[in-house]
Design a binder for this molecule. Structure first.
Ligand code: NAG
Ligand code: NAG
Ligand code: NAG
Length: 432
């Protein structure tokens, strides 16, 4: 029922009410039209970028906004120009309060190092108010934008890193994957060698929490679900789905974005998320951010969020979303995962439009954000989503009916044998 017109000095006249209702109806119709056209009138979250002149305090020369991406505003403080340059293969994307020297991490002919800082403007970009995930997304966006201007379409690996990690070599047991004299002795070079030889979808290293990321020193690689985010390398093609981090739950906990990303990895690239056992990270210092971190463990919400984005008919993906409870304990898949880490073959990590539309619900916010990211011109330029001639994407899913607990008994871990032929298909010098 329309509201009835009431006549009186304080009340609207019937004409006013009719006009008012027309405006309301018109707006609803207009919003509906926008939705039909595939735009959403209210952006859920956004990245806005302020490009400043080199000198501080000048008027911003340009603003850009990408709706539906992580909420992060950043300012470019040290612009680079990559137009017409060949791209390197490794982009390190470091997050910290201020830029510091990290031993062994100089730029090389194959490595760029970008910083996002939140305490001062000593990095490449400055993002003082963003959440952890938001700041990473801001830097990712900036680096992808740089990469999209290069001649050969950008980096092979995008490597997120916290400034306060201590990376060291581990030469115990049989963690080498080639003769020791060929193993690199610089930490970051060894990591890059690992990425080139195994081509993981996501690469990471041994961590101080051995209970969370147990390591078998008789092997060069291990496979986990719950690995720490402080040092993760993403193969370029995984940018078609795994990144940017979903910031939907940042209001509640900064852990959840990474938790969601690791579930996506489990659904799509199970055997290709790989730990390098000959490198180790200590991350106990935590320089200047413990006061900022929003911690929470209600992963049940995140689990429902992911599950509700997958079509009910995609049973394999549905089953890959593991159990979680509101305390984040007990049902988390901690420890070594079933299966073996695999060296990448000829298949592509690129998630196609066709794969998304047949397995996910288009209007779900998780999928809308991914689609909106994929449609940005810079992502289009580095992934060539619409012009690349890829065959279907076939997910490598962690498919389990039961159990949903992945604690591997100690005795079982020890009895694992290394397979000498496991890495016989190591590929080199290729750009995919
Ligand atoms: C970047 O470099 C290219 C040539 O390599 C030049 O044409 C372009 O103007 C430069 N852009 C900026 C913003 O300086
Ligand atoms: C690393 O150091 C070891 C022992 O000092 C040496 O034998 C090996 O050749 C070095 N590796 C490289 C790639 O230089
Ligand atoms: C794409 O792949 C199909 C099937 O493999 C092939 O017939 C076609 O020529 C390819 N197109 C391009 C542009 O490479």
């Amino acid at each position: 029922m329309w509201p009835r017109a009431v006549h009186g000095p304080q009340c609207w006249t019937s004409i006013c009410v009719i006009k008012y209702m027309l405006v309301v109806q018109g707006s609803i119709f207009f919003m509906g039209l926008l939705m039909i056209l595939g735009r959403t009138p209210m952006s859920v979250s956004r990245i806005s970028i302020q490009t400043c002149d080199q000198t501080e305090g000048t008027i911003p020369s340009k603003w850009s906004t990408f709706s539906l991406l992580a909420s992060a505003t950043y300012k470019i403080v040290k612009p680079r120009n990559y137009t017409n340059l060949e791209s390197k293969r490794f982009a390190y994307m470091v997050l910290g309060p201020r830029r510091i020297d990290i031993e062994g991490l100089q730029e090389t002919i194959d490595r760029d190092v970008f910083w996002v800082t939140f305490k001062d403007k000593s990095g490449d970009i400055f993002s003082p108010r963003a959440t952890h995930n938001g700041a990473r997304n801001a830097l990712l966006h900036y680096v992808v934008n740089m990469a999209s201007h290069t001649l050969n379409g950008g980096y092979l690996y995008y490597i997120f890193m916290d400034d306060d990690i201590v990376l060291s070599l581990r030469n115990d047991g049989n963690v080498n994957w080639k003769p020791w004299k060929q193993m690199k002795n610089n930490t970051f070079e060894r990591f890059e060698d690992f990425l080139l030889d195994f081509r993981p979808a996501v690469g990471y290293v041994r961590f101080q929490d051995n209970w969370r990321q147990p390591t078998d020193a008789s092997r060069s690689t291990d496979l986990h679900h719950d690995f720490d985010e402080c040092f993760n390398a993403f193969h370029k093609d995984t940018l078609s789905f795994l990144l940017p981090y979903d910031t939907h739950f940042d209001y509640d906990s900064w852990y959840t974005g990474g938790w969601i990303a690791r579930h996506h990895m489990g659904m799509l690239y199970h055997s290709y998320r790989m730990q390098c056992n000959s490198l180790y990270i200590d991350n106990t210092i935590h320089g200047g951010r413990s006061d900022r971190y929003k911690a929470g463990y209600d992963y049940a919400k995140a689990r429902d969020y992911i599950k509700s984005a997958i079509k009910p008919t995609s049973t394999m993906l549905q089953k890959s979303v593991l159990q979680a409870d509101s305390e984040g304990k007990g049902l988390q898949p901690i420890g070594r995962m079933p299966g073996e880490p695999k060296v990448k073959g000829d298949h592509s990590y690129l998630i196609t439009d066709e794969f998304i539309s047949s397995n996910f619900i288009k209007y779900h916010p998780m999928i809308q954000k991914i689609m909106s990211w994929r449609k940005t011109p810079e992502v289009e330029r580095i992934l060539h989503l619409r012009t690349r001639n890829e065959s279907r994407f076939i997910p490598d899913s962690l498919y389990t009916d039961s159990p949903t607990r992945f604690w591997v008994p100690k005795s079982k871990q020890k009895s694992r044998k290394t397979n000498k032929h496991r890495h016989s298909h190591i590929r080199r010098r290729e750009w995919h």
